[in-house]
Structures are given as C-alpha cells and as structure tokens.
Design a binder for this molecule. Structure first.
Ligand SMILES: [Ca+2]
Length: 232
C-alpha cells in the first residue's frame, strides 16, 4: 500500500502536463523594422524597441496556448507626467478582425500609493461580451516611475494556470480554462512605454508550483524512510 502511495506521489510531483508543439519566435527590434507584425503608421521600431507615436495596436499570428511569453517594458512616462494610460498585452487572443472576440491579457496600469504611484498588474479576460479581471496585484511604488525597466514573463500551463513574473518575482496568478486556443499575440501600446525582446516559447510549464513540488517531495522522502525502516 505504501509503495502505491509512493508511486502516486512521485507521479504527482514529477508529472508535467505537455503543451502542443508551437514554433517559437522572438523579436528584439534591432533590425529597425516591424517585419512580421501587422501594424499601422503609429507603431515604429525606434532605438531598437517597439514604440507608438500616439496609440497603436500591433499583432502577429501566434497560436501558443501554453508556454512562456516574455518581453521587456521600459516606462518612458511621457504621458501626463507619469499618469500613463497603460499597456495591454493580449498574450492569447482571437484575430482582431474576427467575430466572437476572446483573449487573456496582461494589463499594466498605475494607481496612487503612499509613495506617489504604483504599478497595478492584472490578468484580464474577454469571452464574448464579458470582460473580467480574474486576478490583480500591486507592484513597485515610487514618486516617479519613469525610466523603470521591467522584465515580464507570462506562463500558462496545460491546466490553465497563468502566472505573471515581474523581474522574476511572481506578481499575479490565476487559473482560467475558458479559452484554450489563440490566433494572435496583440499589444496595445501608447507612447509612454517601449517594448523590447519579445520571446514566445512553447517550453512546457510545470503543472505544479515549486512549493507543491517541495511538499510532495518531502512526503515522498518521509514515506521512503518509513518503507525502508519497516522492511528491516
Ligand atoms: Ca532591442
């Protein structure tokens, strides 16, 4: 019996849910153009990064539904002296010209805080006409956030568990399974942010958090000792 439990716990601890294979891609905008992206005249590659002269939406085909989306965000903050309208990265989205719009989006905005301003990171979703914010968290505070560089990493596994890391610190997470397919990666950008080093990778994201893995590993170790002692 103990061996059966041991086996089940090992499976739970090590079992990662596989993702469908998707061709990964990246763009560092160092070539000075937006080849591969669909965009209007407001979007440009400036100083080796994606910029918008006022407000721009850019997108490119991407069917990744589990894996890793990462990018760098530089807060330029030219909009109303730090009151930026925010940045939306629709990491899983239906085609913008299609009907029945669906998306999962990372929305970065700012709010007031004791120090002056703070970043607010939210995972938002749209299914049909229903827009939801399943998870949101406050980030860094400061009197002036201009010039801050963020490395953003969004992960989603086959169980629908989404995590957003900011400079490798877990900031917000939620599990949503309503949407399981994607056609595009879309970025809605105003001129207060620059985007660089966009990387889409179908790396399998483990189904369990490192804490759960550690707990399961500990239980397995204890049971292993018990089994060994009983056999003596
Ligand atoms: Ca670059």
């Amino acid at each position: 019996m103990l061996l059966v439990i041991l086996g089940l716990l090992c499976t739970a601890a090590l079992g990662a849910v596989p993702c469908n294979a998707t061709e990964g891609w990246s763009d560092n905008f160092d070539d000075g153009n937006l080849d591969g992206w669909v965009h209007d005249a407001n979007a440009n590659a400036v100083d080796s990064a994606l910029r918008a002269s006022y407000s721009a939406e850019v997108y490119r085909p991407c069917n990744l539904s589990c894996g890793v989306w990462s990018f760098d965000v530089l807060d330029i903050g030219e909009w109303q002296a730090n009151w930026g309208p925010g940045l939306n990265v629709y990491f899983m989205s239906s085609h913008p010209e299609g009907s029945n719009a669906t998306y999962y989006c990372l929305r970065i905005t700012k709010g007031t805080a004791e120090a002056g301003l703070k970043y607010i990171y939210a995972i938002t979703s749209l299914v049909g006409s229903e827009a939801l914010t399943p998870a949101s968290a406050d980030g860094m505070e400061g009197s002036d956030l201009r010039g801050v560089l963020h490395h953003i990493r969004v992960t989603r596994n086959a169980a629908g568990h989404m995590r957003v890391y900011v400079n490798e610190t877990l900031m917000v997470e939620t599990t949503e399974r309503t949407i399981s397919t994607s056609e595009c990666l879309r970025i809605l950008l105003k001129y207060d942010y620059a985007i660089d080093n966009v990387v889409v990778d179908d790396t399998t994201v483990e189904a369990y958090s490192p804490v759960m893995m550690a707990v399961a590993g500990g239980v397995v170790a204890v049971l292993g000792v018990v089994v060994v002692l009983k056999r003596r």
